[in-house]
Design a protein around this ligand. Sequence first.
Ligand SMILES: *Cc1c(COP(=O)(O)O)cnc(C)c1O
Length: 374
Amino acid sequence: MSSVAQTPAVTIPSDLLPEDGRFGSGPSRVRPEAATALAEAADNFLGTSHRKATVKDVVHRLRDGVAELFSLPDGYEVVLGNGGTTGFWDAAIFNLIEARSQHLSFGAFSSKFATGVAAAPHLQEPVIISSEPGTHPEAVADSSVDAYALTQNETSTGVSMELRRPADNGLVLVDATSGAGGLRFDPAETDVYYFAPQKCLAADGGLWLACCSPAAVERIERIAVSDRWIPPFLDLAIALGSSRKDETYNTPALATVFLAVHQVEWINDNGGLEWAATRCDQSADVIYTWAENRSFTTPFVSDTAIRSHVVATIDFEGVSADEVAAVLRTNGIVDVESYRALGRNQLRVALFPAIPPSDIAALCGCIDYVVENL
Ligand SMILES: *Cc1c(COP(=O)(O)O)cnc(C)c1O
């Protein structure tokens, strides 16, 4: 029997349903307003040259909008390229780590970058500091490393960490893929704050963006002219040069660029990062308060200080979270399944800015209804 056939038939009353059923942690909900704007702009934008003003203007707005969103200090530059965050990790391996890096490893994404670095023949063995899922380790000042790799929000477990320079030496490289645009941070505490736009920026995947400090730019330019062979696609000096011209090295997905600009400008017009982060705080308050008040749920991350306000992980007891997710799916509520590799009886819910807190409240009501009617 397929799992679909086993899914109990429960129809959630329509007045309980959220206005939009997409709660995935990536790709995330795209605001319908953005999709409509893309459709309206399509005839003059999609299918036009990324080397011409029509598209370059949009790339320019994206770079400016990101700098405004994060209040980047003078000298920081927004660089972008193709390949998403996974592609950026490989670029970092070639072009940002001089010899040795330190990694905080506390979930599927943070460990993946560390593993990639460990396999790179041109780098020394990285220092990897790990902690149990549901927690995060602390960085340790280490004069033998030239880069510290942090993850602002570990999307697989729903743990977020405050960004602070661990030491005076070394670049601070932050994977902010699921935090960027939803969590507060001080850019001065980072050298490369990188992300992809399919999470808080409510766009499509395929692109990476990196906010680079002057020290990071200096590192990129120095390694680029060293003896190290760097594949051009992963050469951040080339990406930097292209970005300064509001271009990418090779053809980007124009729809992704458009949707990302739409979201960045929507956030900036509404009050910027503080507004977006406050909205995520409200959603977090709704779902964690709900989970604490039900006999069958508990927030997975016990330390409230590191409990993510952009991705909530909720443990279930006495009720199958998979079954709840399957029933929700038949009612049009999708992608709240847990991160598979974590192997817990859990739901994972995105709290990104595109998702209104009222929809998080509606989702909680729908889960209550499903559990009562299983
Ligand atoms: C989603 C995610 C990634 C992977 O992003 P891609 O653009 O799919 O490569 C990496 N790190 C974190 C923290 C993520 O949430």
